[in-house]
Design a protein around this ligand. Structure first.
Ligand code: PEP
Length: 254
């Protein structure tokens, strides 16, 4: 059985004080949600302070990105070594990184290899654009991103993949549960082909794109969807907690 996982991607939002307040508000509501793995991904500058707030709780920390070199003259970058003391997870290949910071599948692959090498669990994002979706190219685009992103990576049940159709991110236009499940089972088959069936059954594959408290149930009800990567709705404590609670309830009754 794969443990459901809900991760909040705060993107470039929250000052240090706002971040601490948001964490506290989430922690105040968290009783009895142990069946769901919970991950917060705040901005880098808040990681150390939030790690302290999360000490002794069941909430884990993730980074939103990292560079693939350990150290050196890479002004402005954050090294994997800097993150290992702070984080359990790292989001890699988010479509905003691919779109605005020109991250290629090759770069994403270097980061995925480095994350495993150093003991961080990667949440690898893949997803097709609206044009690709409308042209019926979802399958080849996703297949390519998964294959390239995982090239040369040793099989690991610690991998997390987030299927995030670009047209659904931050638009309020989520995919349907059925659409997301179909692509997510395709991703599981690709991982099975690349690695093996047993490991592919362990890998958690999330849906991301305009997930809220109003639609989470539709995704969690699907057999291949193991949770969600949540952007905008993770910035509101009550909305994020509602997503966690519904996930816990639905997954424990299935
Ligand atoms: C994301 O940034 O990963 C995301 C899914 O954003 P949103 O939930 O706001 O669409």
């Amino acid at each position: 059985m794969r443990k459901p996982l809900i991760a909040g991607n705060w993107k470039m939002n929250t000052s240090l004080e706002e971040a601490k307040r948001l964490v506290q508000a989430i922690l105040n509501e968290l009783d009895g949600i142990d069946v769901v793995e919970k991950v917060l991904c705040p901005p880098f500058i808040s990681l150390a302070a939030i790690k302290e707030l999360l000490r002794g709780t069941s909430v884990e920390l993730g980074a939103q990105n990292m560079y693939f070199e350990d150290k050196g003259a890479y002004t402005g970058e954050i090294s994997p070594i800097m993150l290992t003391d702070l984080c359990d997870f790292v989001i890699l290949g988010h479509s905003e990184r691919r779109q605005y910071f020109f991250e290629t599948d090759e770069i994403v692959n270097k980061k995925v290899r480095k994350a495993f090498e150093i003991g961080l669990k990667p949440i690898v994002c893949v997803g097709e654009s609206l044009n690709e979706n409308e042209a019926g190219k979802t399958e080849p685009v996703i297949t390519n991103q998964v294959r390239e992103g995982l090239a040369g990576v040793r099989p690991s049940g610690q991998l997390v993949v987030a299927y995030e159709p670009i047209w659904a991110i931050g638009t309020g236009k989520a995919a349907t549960g059925k659409q997301a499940n179909a692509t997510i089972s395709l991703i599981r088959n690709i991982v099975a082909g690349l690695w093996n069936k047993e490991t592919a059954k362990e890998v958690r594959i999330l849906y991301g794109g305009s997930v809220t408290g109003n639609n989470i149930a539709e995704f969690i009800a699907e057999p291949d969807i193991d949770g969600a990567l949540v952007g905008g709705a993770s910035l509101k404590a009550n909305e994020f907690v509602s997503i966690l609670k519904q996930t816990a309830k639905l997954k424990s009754t299935r």
